[in-house]
Design a protein around this ligand. Structure first.
Ligand code: PDD
Length: 307
């Protein structure tokens, strides 16, 4: 495989290490299903290289091992082997001054938020030249900084692939025998599921889901369901609800493109309502399915035949 973009930008002769092989940059690639690409399910380190030597190597390797351990990513290369690979990448690139970039992903698997059992990671090692004179110039002049709000990562409204927290929460839920994790904010309110929007039917029969903000994804299924409910004369309340509200709810459900409306019958081991899919939820499913299918047929130009 040739990455034409990288080819244009990479200085001639650059060599990278990917998953056991040393390859010219234009041919160095990970698989499209790599979890680093799809979920940011990976960790990295950057090592400075001066005069061909790696600086602070042990400390970086130690932090890498810690990051891997915290995420439960099995170390694909023991530190001594990784150290060898890094030196080899320095050597093959004839690198004097620059950096070595190491990334370890959880590997390549069919896309699923849940961490695969016995995952085998992917290791990437690349080298980059830096101009010591440019760094010295910056040191002698000093640099400016600008302040920015710390939003790491507070923009859940953007369907970004920064999904590592979602991956960890869903995997934890599955370990505990649950299908989905509902994420709870600092005020004890449910934001959404790791890959679904969260809904309850409260004790008065009102269908409730959180209002749109930076804290949740504006689910397409959520919005189609709201239109379907409105067309059927039902009101949906957009407001936050606590975990306790959810436990006391008559019914609960989740929505997403992958499942439409899916009933929730238990939260943290507590049965919701009668512990079976509720009638309002099933009605929501029917309303959503009918409207989504009708609109899909219209977009194919079959509206007149199918009504
Ligand atoms: N997930 N919230 C989050 C965090 C999501 O990732 C998703 C979708 C939703 C529901 O959005 P929609 O109704 O547009 O599918 C809510 C997809 C299905 C996924 O990551 O697999």
């Amino acid at each position: 495989m040739t990455i034409s973009h990288a080819k244009r930008r990479a200085p001639a002769g650059r060599i990278a290490y990917v998953d056991g092989r040393y390859l010219p940059h234009p041919h160095a690639a990970v698989h499209i299903e790599d979890r680093g690409l799809q979920f940011a399910d990976s960790v990295y380190e950057v090592f400075a290289v001066t005069g061909g030597a790696l600086l602070d190597e042990d400390a970086h390797l130690k932090r890498l091992a810690r990051s891997l351990g915290e995420l439960g990513i099995a170390q694909p290369l023991p530190p001594a082997a990784l150290s060898f690979v890094m030196r080899e990448v320095v050597r093959r690139n004839r690198l004097r001054d620059g950096l070595i970039y190491v990334q370890v992903t959880r590997g390549s698997y069919a896309r699923d938020h849940v961490v695969p059992k016995d995952a085998r990671g992917t290791v990437i090692v690349t080298a980059r030249r830096l101009d010591p004179a440019a760094i010295e110039a910056r040191r002698s002049s000093g640099v400016k900084v600008k302040t920015e709000p710390d939003i790491r990562w507070g923009r859940c409204d953007i369907k970004a692939t920064a999904l590592l927290p979602n991956v960890l929460a869903k995997t934890e839920a599955r370990r505990a025998g649950a299908y989905e994790a509902w994420l709870v904010d600092r005020d004890g309110k449910v934001t959404e599921g790791t890959s679904t929007n969260a809904w309850i039917v409260d004790s008065r029969g009102r269908v409730v889901t959180r209002v749109l903000s930076n804290n949740i994804l504006a689910g397409v299924t959520r919005s189609t369901l709201m239109r379907a409910a409105a067309a059927a004369g039902l009101t949906i309340e957009e407001r936050s609800f606590t975990v306790e509200d959810a436990r006391q709810a008559r019914e609960a459900f989740v929505t997403s493109a992958t499942g439409g409306v899916i009933p929730v019958v238990e939260i943290d081991g507590i049965r919701i309502g009668d512990g079976v899919p509720g009638s309002t939820t099933l009605r929501m499913h029917a309303l959503y399915r009918d409207l989504a299918q009708k609109e899909a047929r219209i977009s194919l130009g079959f509206a007149s035949q199918s009504g």
